[in-house]
Write a protein that binds this ligand. Structure first.
Ligand SMILES: [Zn+2]
Length: 351
């Protein structure tokens, strides 16, 4: 039997997940990948109509359930317009800046399923030609995709099968360093999806008996705000979102501990659940930080907002430069996995 947390396996899984493009709205392939993993583990699961996945492991108490969620959709873009010169204008999916994708390699997926590669660039990038190249603000008007194909005009592009509405995904540039850093786009929230999968695997391997029937929702619309707010069984008491901890000036979250969110833009998370999570981390010598994320919402707050009567919480690994060139460290993954492992075996907040 493997010893857990098995971080090299978690890192491999993260690499596999970030390498499957899945901007919100086009997540079928990555969901199929996870279905295959769950089939191998012989864990019961089903897709909801939105295309998310719910896995269920029965527990001793079947009247009260617990739910954990992580989202597999990522930032991305869609072809907004095919320009006269054969370049593509984009419309962004999710909240991020054009600056963060300047120079990035991308893939354009046509509705027939053909993939073209390209690069996202400012229209006036060449310093040898454009005076403005250094100072121009990056925005929808001046950023474009240069397709790796001999195209000179919109007709040439359309002849390839590319059309308005085609999904564009960004090269994750995943790299794992020898000293434990994981650098990649889309660690938000594929790092957490990998950890939930590892947790399910551990439950199976260790033949853990869970106190409550426990659901794992792999949501696929978080970046656009309505990921994990449906298909929550009425028996659910606690609903824990596992999503990235936001780092920056004034934040206590770091790349080495698990971040327990006490409040985000939606308001405070459940006080009792937060206290339980903190106590669990203390008891088990798990490195953690309490933090407030100023411009942030999660699938747990989306669930509350949509009217679910649940006890909601949010924890996750610390991710630097979120929604851009993200990075975390395996220590943060280890601490998050350990907290999750102990959490699923505890008593829920009294109701
Ligand atoms: Zn996220």
């Amino acid at each position: 039997m493997a010893t857990y947390p098995n971080i090299s396996e978690t890192k491999n899984l993260i690499k596999q997940l970030v390498s499957i493009p899945s901007p919100s709205g086009n997540t079928d392939n990555v969901i199929s990948f996870i279905e295959d993993v769950l089939n191998d583990l012989q864990i019961e699961h089903k897709r909801n109509k939105k295309g998310g996945l719910i896995a269920t492991i029965p527990g001793e108490n079947e009247k009260e359930h617990r739910m954990l969620t992580a989202h597999v959709d990522t930032l991305g873009a869609m072809v907004k317009e095919i320009k006269r010169d054969g370049r593509l204008r984009l419309d962004l999916i999710g909240g991020f800046t054009y600056h963060s994708i300047d120079g990035e390699y991308c893939e354009i997926e046509t509705s027939a399923g053909t993939i073209f590669t390209g690069t996202i660039l400012h229209h006036e990038t060449s310093v040898h030609v454009y005076k403005n190249a250094r100072d121009a603000k990056r925005n929808q008007e001046n950023m474009e995709v240069r397709i790796d194909a001999k195209v000179e005009n919109a007709e040439d592009v359309r002849a390839l099968g590319i059309e308005v509405g085609d999904f564009v995904s960004f090269d994750p540039r995943v790299e794992i360093t020898e000293n434990g850093f994981i650098k990649s786009r889309h660690l938000d929230d594929k790092a957490s999806v990998a950890m939930l999968i590892q947790l399910m695997k551990r439950i199976k391997d260790e033949k853990l008996s869970l106190p409550y029937t426990t659901h794992f929702l792999i949501s696929n619309n978080e970046e656009i705000g309505y990921g994990g707010n449906s298909n929550i069984p009425p028996e659910t008491v606690e609903y824990l979102a596992v999503d990235m901890g936001a780092m920056g000036d004034g934040q206590s979250t770091d790349e080495y501990t698990v971040s327990i969110c006490v409040k985000d833009a939606s308001g405070p998370y459940h006080y009792g659940l937060r206290k339980n999570l903190t106590a669990l981390a203390e008891e088990n010598h798990i490195g953690y930080k309490l933090d407030i994320y100023p411009y942030y919402g999660s699938d747990a707050s989306a669930a509350i907002r949509s009217g679910h009567d649940i006890i909601h919480g949010l924890i996750g690994p610390g991710i630097d430069a979120s929604h851009a060139y993200e990075r975390t460290h395996e220590d943060s993954l280890k601490n998050t996995e350990q907290l999750l492992y102990h959490y699923i075996q505890t008593k829920q907040v009294d109701i």
